[in-house]
Design a protein around this ligand. Structure first.
Ligand SMILES: [Zn+2]
Length: 365
């Protein structure tokens, strides 16, 4: 769920149950009993939208899965007898009802099989309401030959080998086939899970910033949504971690020392466009550094709110650099080796900060 590696048991159970549909469609011997009992010997058409009532526990469990299951299948037509012309994804992986919606709405018998249309192609107009043969020309051209003696083949579109797998269907049920482009690499970076989780939530604007708390009326600790780092702006996620005067000083320090030309503009662009725009060998390093900056700004912000304790920008830079060096020395990625240019620059900047802190301390004496 959300990339945490915890199974959603309801979806996983549905994915396991869907395997029955794959077996039924594959035509195992026992599936003839299912066809006889529940489908009157024909393909499961009207079950698309109206699962039957008063059926067995097993049948009631698997019928609601049919629409999602069929959305993930396409058909290779051989005799056309088990393929619904309008509803099955047989025409270039798409269902004709989605290609010609007007003709579909005019069709008097929507649950017609492709074979039936093939055998009655000369009287095709009789299947439609007020439609000319000219209107039907694209359909006439698309009807495939259904003279084979073999049954149509089901193709599972979510796997390269075209066979059903519980894993692929589970993923489809969880995210509906849609995935954020952030997902593939975001969780594979060598940094503590709590930091990665924080950055994931921040990227989605789901952290309890003052602005977000005020929106839901939960900013009890502070009556306003003012940023506690600069007292100058509303504490939105973008402001707190990127645009705040406090955060800007931290970003500027690293950008100048590591000779980078750009800084992120908004949080939702950090991992989508900003890091990918950097040179390939620097991306993982800047990904880690970004997470370390975000995490330390967040800790400092919490420290000010809950403990009324303040650290300077220099102290945050110390913490961030040490954290980054620790992560890099434990990382498996060879581009993060401690002798790399970027890590050496961070170490030199730490020496500089130490010297400057010592100067300030002696001057104050
Ligand atoms: Zn601020």
């Amino acid at each position: 769920m959300g990339g945490w590696g915890i199974l959603n048991l309801r979806f996983f159970n549905n994915a396991l149950l869907a395997k029955w549909w794959w077996k039924i469609f594959a035509g195992h011997c026992w599936s003839k009993i299912i066809h006889f009992n529940y489908l009157s010997g024909g393909p499961p058409g009207p079950l698309f939208h109206s699962p039957p009532r008063n059926k067995s526990f097993f049948w009631a469990g698997i019928t609601p899965l049919l629409p999602a299951f069929r959305a993930c299948t396409s058909k290779k037509i051989l005799n056309g007898a088990s393929t619904f012309f309008w509803f099955d994804n047989w025409l270039g992986g798409r269902a004709p009802k989605d290609i010609w919606p007007d003709l579909f709405n005019n069709c008097l018998t929507p649950w017609t099989t492709t074979r039936h249309f093939y055998q009655n192609s000369s009287i095709l107009a009789s299947f439609f309401h007020e439609t000319t043969m000219e209107d039907l020309f694209p359909i006439i051209q698309s009807i495939p030959e259904c003279s084979s003696s073999q049954e149509d083949l089901y193709i599972w579109t979510l796997e390269r080998n075209c066979s059903f797998s519980v894993r692929s269907f589970y993923k489809f049920l969880v995210d509906g086939g849609l995935r954020t482009p952030l997902y593939p690499l975001f969780w594979k970076v060598d940094c503590p899970s709590k930091v990665t989780l924080f950055c994931w939530l921040a990227n989605d604007n789901k952290i309890p910033s003052m602005s977000n708390l005020a929106k839901i009326g939960c900013n009890f600790q502070n009556a306003t949504d003012t940023c506690v780092l600069c007292y100058n702006n509303s504490e939105t996620v973008d402001h707190l971690l990127i645009h705040c005067e406090f955060a800007s000083r931290i970003w500027a320090f690293y950008v100048n020392n590591l000779h980078l030309l750009t800084t992120p503009i908004s949080l939702d662009q950090v991992w989508i466009t900003w890091i990918p725009s950097l040179e390939a060998h620097r991306r993982t390093f800047w990904d880690l550094l970004t997470r370390a900056i975000f995490w330390n700004i967040w800790l400092e912000r919490n420290n000010r709110i809950f403990n009324l304790a303040f650290l300077s920008t220099t102290a945050i830079l110390f913490k961030t650099s040490h954290m980054l060096i620790d992560w890099c020395s434990a990382a498996r990625d060879p581009t993060l080796h401690v002798s790399s240019d970027s890590i050496q620059s961070v170490k030199r900047s730490l020496d500089f900060l130490s010297a400057r802190s010592a100067d300030l301390a002696s001057n104050s004496i």
